[in-house]
Design a protein around this ligand. Sequence first.
Ligand code: FES
Length: 147
Amino acid sequence: MYSEKVMDHFQNPRNVGEIENASGVGTVGNAKCGDIMRIYLDIDENQIIRDVKFKTFGCGAAVATSSMATELVKGKNIQEAMKITNKAVAEALDGLPPVKMHCSLLAEEAIHAALWDYAQKHNITIEGLQKPKSDIHEGEETEEEEY
Ligand code: FES
């Protein structure tokens, strides 16, 4: 049911971890399943994403899509990163079963939430970026989220 690439990214996820003093951090939850994803972005003065890390309390498809999404945004500028949709991530993984497409949204939303956080901190506007709907702020988290 899963492509080899999905299995590979699930078993060997890239860019797992956190970034201290990240330029932007986004945490989103999936209302359907309750899974949570956090993405850290390190963005340089030319608005290039120098580094990216993620943590998830989510299913295998969420792990694989986040891993692939971090690979896709690394080294890109923020405008290019905005264009990376969950569909693009799923395609890069050679597809996801339809019932798992909602999992791939977590990665896209978490990247947008982290970019939003960065934009807020730097007082800039990123074209096409909207305030994340499901951003979970520090302090609103529950114990279970400590993974
Ligand atoms: Fe929750 Fe996949 S089932 S993210």
